[in-house]
Design a protein around this ligand. Structure first.
Ligand code: MG
Length: 328
């Protein structure tokens, strides 16, 4: 059975938070800029390409980043503006393409299948890039390929301000020389596990018998093998207005106790400028609507496995000390 060839574009805004800060204040342009918490335990949420030259990357402790580049400008971040610009770009997508997925605040997958027959995917994607810049002031890079996985890796390879098309049947050879960490979904742990066993490139990973990877890592191993071979059949999931919010807060000190989490969640909700949560905060609504759960992820510990997801319900009252229980 053969399935029709797909044309998927992955669009990713370049250094999104930083780019928005530069639109708000043009004097920040071209400077090493860090967005994130400036306290002792703050982490870099985003950094400009100028800052990256000092070896700084996102998720790095702010303290270390400032040591690497003492002249860097640190900005606390402004989720309201980022949300506003993200919605603006989402609107541009919505006006321009029939089928797209919003993968994150600054990332989109667009299904251009069928477009090749009457317009040309490359031309269409290129014009969309130009349109985003013209209408939002933001630079977006994109990758064009036969599936989501390859288009995303292509974008990552060509950033910033780039576009890269991977021809049909060239997926495997494109991935082959790249280090295993470049495969989306490979965490630090898995990458370390592979590298320790001498598997450094995607080529080597793709050549390992799939049964062996299954023995080593179970279903994850099979999934990895498929990715390493350029296979990804996942569809572009049509965008619909998101009801959930996402925000991150690092505590100043280590903390335990559900009440503290509840209060923090309440503040996080308020920070996110979501109308629903603000009104809950103000005590106008004690409970989320039926079927709606408020999920909060609290990171306590350095390991990703230590993260827990908690459900808040009824949503904490104005004093913030509502019941919070483990959800999953
Ligand atoms: Mg981005």
């Amino acid at each position: 059975m053969t399935t029709a060839q797909r044309h998927i574009a992955h669009f990713d805004l370049d250094a999104f938070f930083v780019a928005v800060e530069c639109l708000k204040n043009s004097r920040l342009k071209g400077k090493p800029l860090l967005v994130g918490g400036s306290g002792d335990r703050g982490v870099v949420a985003a950094c400009s390409y100028e800052a990256r030259r000092f070896g700084i990357h996102s998720a790095m402790p702010m303290k270390l980043a400032r040591r690497l580049c003492p002249e860097a400008i640190v900005i606390r971040g402004d989720m309201e503006s980022y949300g506003k610009y993200s919605r603006l770009v989402t609107d541009i997508m919505q006006d321009s393409v029939p089928l797209f997925e919003k993968a994150s605040i600054d990332e989109f997958y667009v299904d251009l299948s069928g477009m090749d027959k009457f317009f040309g995917c490359r031309r269409f994607a290129g014009e969309l890039k130009t349109k985003v810049l013209k209408e939002s002031g933001l630079i977006v890079s994109y990758g064009l390929a036969s599936n989501k996985l390859i288009s995303k890796v292509a974008t990552d390879e060509i950033k910033p301000n780039g576009q890269l098309e991977i021809a049909f049947a060239k997926e495997k050879s494109f991935l082959a020389p790249l280090p295993v960490q470049k495969l989306p979904g490979i965490g630090k742990e898995t990458a370390y596990k592979l590298i320790r066993r001498g598997v450094e490139t995607i080529r080597t990973l793709s050549e390992i018998p799939v049964e062996m990877l299954e023995t080593m890592m179970g279903a994850t191993g099979v999934e990895l093998w498929r990715k390493a071979n350029g296979v990804d059949e996942s569809p572009v999931i049509p965008y619909r207005e998101q009801k959930s919010i996402s925000t991150e807060r690092t505590f100043e000190t280590d903390t335990i106790g559900y009440d503290t989490y509840g209060a923090a969640a309440c503040r996080a909700g308020a920070d996110d400028r979501s109308g629903r949560f603000r009104s809950a905060q103000a005590g106008q609504a004690d409970r989320l609507r039926d079927g709606e759960a408020a999920l909060f992820q609290f990171r306590y510990g350095r390991q990703a496995e230590d993260d827990r997801l908690y459900e808040c319900g009824p949503y904490p009252a104005a004093d913030g000390a509502g019941p919070v229980r483990k959800a999953v």
